[in-house]
Write a protein that binds this ligand. Structure first.
Ligand code: NAD
Length: 435
């Protein structure tokens, strides 16, 4: 099939490359010319494991192309995916201006019957709006608007796309269902489950899923705080809970609070949807409030563990919102680091992939690619992103090169006994501090 993908960010680029890998002929479009120029030059604009090789292979096979002209991805395509951003606006609602603009661009270049499938996470009813835009600007061309939300996770996006837990297709006609079924046949033939629903239901499945995961994270974070207050160990509490198949062990690790480009904005957008519908989503509202409070208090946690931070050097290991990505959107580092600076600390930071994205967002920080260089002479070490490489840092060496010996682990990445053996004062989440 011939497929166009509008928006070549984390979702669009992975979608385009993976659909090409499945044998389709894909053209990825982005209005950001610099991004397209980098892709045409053979450079991958985001850090995502396995993606550069996938792009290279499919370009070589002539199945994947890039363009900044929407016509190249629309005029001869059977399906056009919309994968542009839907950031939160100032009221927490999803800003749909990119989706609407993409729909207008698509309408201008439609030729024959085309399925327009929204991969962007969009509020219920957005498919109706896209349909209205297409009808207004391309009334002479037959189209079908479909909701096809994406569930991939940054850091393992290629694997998630090619081996998804489920594919959700929300369409209003059997003709559109048949086209979408053909797009994903290489995956469904391998046994990947697919759920067909109406369009509005499909749009809500995405928000309800993300909000549920946000609730799970806020839940275990509050349980971890309680563990610290009453002397229980959150790791075992989570393990014991997760052994119950009804609960499941994933998403039960305490942390600094969720971030990234999805959970914060999607919970807010769902709450906005509920407000407009005069409905109550008190559980999601509570999870959202708890997360906001948690991230705001990260600096206070460091100060409580270390005392006055004036003129102290604090080294932060990990800046991206989670391991496996260079994405800084809503990263906990953006809450913690300015707070540490406001408390008088000098902040050094390291991250294997996110320094380029972090630098403009974090003025006054000294960045080091090498973790040891960042920790040299520091009074306090704060582990913020769970990059696996940090788990194998030489703790004795860190102890030798640092001025102070306090280690605050917001991901429970280190083994408390190993940290204690190396001579650190160790503070982690949901278990008593060791001395
Ligand atoms: P992103 O910001 O990385 O990429 C969006 C891209 O769209 C940008 O490159 C931008 O230049 C381009 N764009 C905007 N308007 C355009 C237009 N009219 N024509 C062509 N290109 C245009 O965003 P993302 O992280 O890929 O997210 C895209 C959508 O997918 C969002 O709705 C998001 O909620 C959803 N989503 C994201 C993830 C994730 O992990 N990032 C996972 C699932 C779903």
């Amino acid at each position: 099939m011939r497929i166009g993908v509008i928006g070549t960010g984390y979702v669009g680029l992975v979608t385009g490359a993976c659909l090409a890998e499945l044998g389709h002929e894909v053209c990825c479009i982005d209005s950001d010319r610099a991004k397209i120029d980098r892709l045409l030059a053979g450079d991958c604009p985001i850090y995502e494991p396995d993606l550069p090789a996938l792009i290279a292979r499919n370009r070589m096979a002539d199945r994947l192309s890039f363009s900044s002209h929407t016509a190249d991805g629309v005029s001869s395509s059977d399906v056009v995916f919309i994968a542009v951003g839907t950031p939160a606006d100032s009221d927490g609602e999803a800003d749909l201006s990119f989706v609407h603009a993409a729909a207008r661009d698509i309408a201008a270049h439609l030729r024959g019957f085309t399925v327009v499938a929204t991969k962007s996470t969009v509020p219920v009813g957005t498919g109706d709006e896209v349909e209205a835009i297409l009808a207004a600007h391309a009334s002479d061309v037959e189209t079908a608007v479909v909701s096809n939300p994406e569930f991939l996770r940054e850091g393992c996006a290629v694997g998630d796309f090619l081996k998804p837990d489920r594919i959700v297709i929300g369409a209003e006609t059997s003709r559109a269902n048949a086209v979408m079924e053909a797009v994903y046949r290489p995956l469904t033939a391998r046994g990947c489950p697919v759920l067909f629903s109406d369009r509005r239901t499909s749009e809500l499945i995405k928000y309800a899923s993300n909000a549920f995961l946000a609730v799970k994270i806020s839940y275990i974070n509050e349980i971890a705080d309680l563990c610290e207050d009453i002397g229980a160990d959150a790791a075992f509490v989570a393990e014991g809970m997760g052994m119950d198949a009804r609960i499941g062990g994933r998403f039960l690790q305490p942390g600094p609070g969720y971030g990234g480009s999805c959970f914060p904005k999607d919970t807010q957008a769902l709450l906005a949807t509920a407000r407009k519908a005069d409905a109550t989503l008190s559980v999601i509202a509570a999870a959202e409030t708890a997360n906001r409070r948690r991230k705001r208090h990260l600096g206070a946690r460091v100060a409580a563990a270390t005392g006055d931070l004036t003129d102290k050097v604090v080294t932060v290991l990990g800046l991206a919102f989670k391991a496996g990505t260079d994405d800084m959107r809503e990263a906990a580092a953006l809450d913690l680091i300015p707070d540490l600076q406001a408390r008088g600390a000098t902040v050094c930071a390291s991250d294997p992939e996110a320094i380029v994205a972090a630098r403009p967002k974090l003025p006054g920080v000294a960045f080091f690619r090498d973790a040891y260089a960042a920790a040299q002479g520091a009074d306090v070490l704060v582990l913020l992103t769970e990059w696996p490489a940090y788990a194998s840092l030489d703790l004795e060496r860190l102890h030798r090169i640092m001025r102070g010996h306090r280690l605050i682990d917001f991901r429970n990445l280190f083994d408390p006994e190993a940290v204690a053996r190396a001579g650190f004062d160790y503070i982690s989440l949901g278990r008593p501090a060791s001395r």
